[in-house]
Write a protein that binds this ligand. Sequence first.
Ligand code: PLP
Length: 412
Amino acid sequence: MSIALTARAGGLDRLHAATDLRGRFRLPAGVVYLDGNSLGALPAGVAEVVADVVHRQWGNRLIASWNEAGWWDAPTRVGDRIGRLVGAAPGQVVCTDSTSVNLYKAVVAAARMRPGRRVVLTDPDSFPTDLYVTDAAARDAGLVVEQVSPAAAAARIADIGDDLVLASYSSVDYRTGELWDLAAVTGAAHAVGGLVCWDLCHSAGVLDVGLDAHDADLAVGCGYKYLNGGPGAPAFLYVAARHQDDFDQPLAGWNGHATPFAMAPAYVPAPGITRGRVGTPPLLGMLALEAALAVYDGLEVTAVRERSLSLTGFFLQCLGELLPELAVATPRDAERRGSQVSVRHPDAYAVVQALIARGVVGDFREPDIVRLGFAPLYLSHGDVLRAAQHLQGVIGDRDFEREEFRTRATVT
Ligand SMILES: Cc1ncc(COP(=O)(O)O)c(C=O)c1O
């Protein structure tokens, strides 16, 4: 059976040779890295750019680099590069702050764009920060939050009608990897005059959600997962061009001011997406992210998505043959799958630690999820097969019962 799978992996790798960009990443030898949906791998060239920023731009040129090295405009310049990957024309994405902070801006701004309405919808299974921030923003803006699964959102939106302010959802579920129907939820919200905000943390860089094509209103996402920007990389905020004049975000900081160096006592928001900025950006991280995005130069996101679906589809086939009893949490239907495959196991934490000990790095999510992310640019079908074989080994040999794999670390 494994011989047939090995041959299939080889055939698929030959078929997808054009999108194999592993050579553009620095990964430790012998590791199958399935955690690019938590922290993307290090692209070649980033360390050199960061060294140049530190030694030359900062060390030698000092304050002059704000003008000379394009530091001031980095948030919108990097934003446009991210925009291409999420289907946004230039001038609608700014690289700034964290996903959490950008979501707060988006929810409060949405409330101000739809005065008199009260309801924000969100998914009870959202990544926790989305729940916390949505609740906090709703409290501050006088809204009520309703938690409804994205699968039921369109119907609920029709019932809520003209009391809907915002439907705020992740495009891909962080636990199960399910890809939700962005077009359907967006269309339903617009039909009642409401807005949508999409959290693209688990889509940006692996699939084109088509923000402009679907008339999305607002979106947020992070830079450190599939965009490979590095630990704590800054995040991004999308505001559709048609809403920018009305985007009255609550964190009025001087970087979002129309004339920041006029040092005026009163806040006047900058035109365009620049008003999404707040304070001085973390330039080391932002310029590292910009350098990391170069791996996408010349690549169409549709080709990345094709490779991603081939990898996750092949992994599902391998599981079907090697571990038919395993409970798969991710939809098998390609249309409903992001770029990860999650499986359920009662000892999921220990399974993940045992896999890591074998060189297959994934992560654990409460309560019982072994989460395996397939960053398409640096993974091969051969890697996918190795991961499935090691998972079969961990479960077949009951490695997860070993004490050393059961002690929880802070970060899981
Ligand atoms: C869907 C989603 N939203 C938000 C975040 C994190 O937000 P922040 O970048 O503010 O830490 C994550 C992190 O994994 C996530 O998966």
